[in-house]
Design a binder for this molecule. Sequence first.
Ligand SMILES: [Mn+2]
Length: 322
Amino acid sequence: MSIIFKKIIKSIKQYENIVIARHIGPDPDAVASQIALRDSIRKTFPKKNVYAVGTQVAKFKYYGILDKIDESSLNDALLIILDVPNKARIDGVNYNHYKYVIRIDHHPNVEEIANLEFVDEKSTSTCEMISELLLSSNLKIDNSIASNLFLGIVADSDRFLLSSTTPKTFKIITTLIENYNLDINKLYYKLYERPINEVKFQSYIALNMIVTSNNFGYIKLDKKVMEEFKVDASAASNMINNFNFIKELYCWAFSSYDEKNSIYKINIRSRGPIINEIASKYNGGGHKYASGARIKEEQEVDNLFNDLDNACLEYKNNNKSA
Ligand SMILES: [Mn+2]
């Protein structure tokens, strides 16, 4: 076992109260990793109090149900944060309440936020990192834990299409499927089944997206169009990966107006220019080629799109022969 894994296991053994958090606006990797780790620690150490916290999102219920906690009653607690690049994006915990903090994450390391950092930018997903931890230690795994880990890896690697996918990813996937009897067809169904109105909405995006001469594609989705297709402000983020491998697009971005929070939710993907540094200027961030931002003013959305268009131009000029 590697030194970092030994240190993580030692801390888990040491603390009786353990809280596992992840990022706001959760995705399958974030939720699946926190529930898999919680269930594994519970299974291995039944006497410990282990909680997975954060906003419960209805469509992710099949990963497991999240816990409600009263932090003031949790003394000497260990906090494990998963899939979170920066403090501001941690959901559902008062960071300062905890005695010791561990972070396990695969986002680019933008700030040190924990006493113990296990950050691997090259990993497909936090679920891949948790799988490594569990498989190389004596932490227990069962069918449901393995199913969650499988789903997080598949979701964040975009079905092994992204360049973060390595032979190690496939080795882990093989072990999970073989050793824990995963019914992968059933699992894919959970991850990818969607209502027809979302497919229609995706068609609307394809038909109405503006593609610039620099190969940047963008669309602004307002309240009216989301009402027309009966989708919410999170719908566009579910389909942004479906616009990969389009010849005319180096980078593409959707803006969805979230009326409840009076905010523009921006999803950005790229197969050319690096976008997370641009997103970070607009209250956002993420991975080199998969980022997002939350913006208050529409003018700022235009500015961001402008910056992305310029990044595409620059990329084009630098890769003329490509
Ligand atoms: Mn992730």
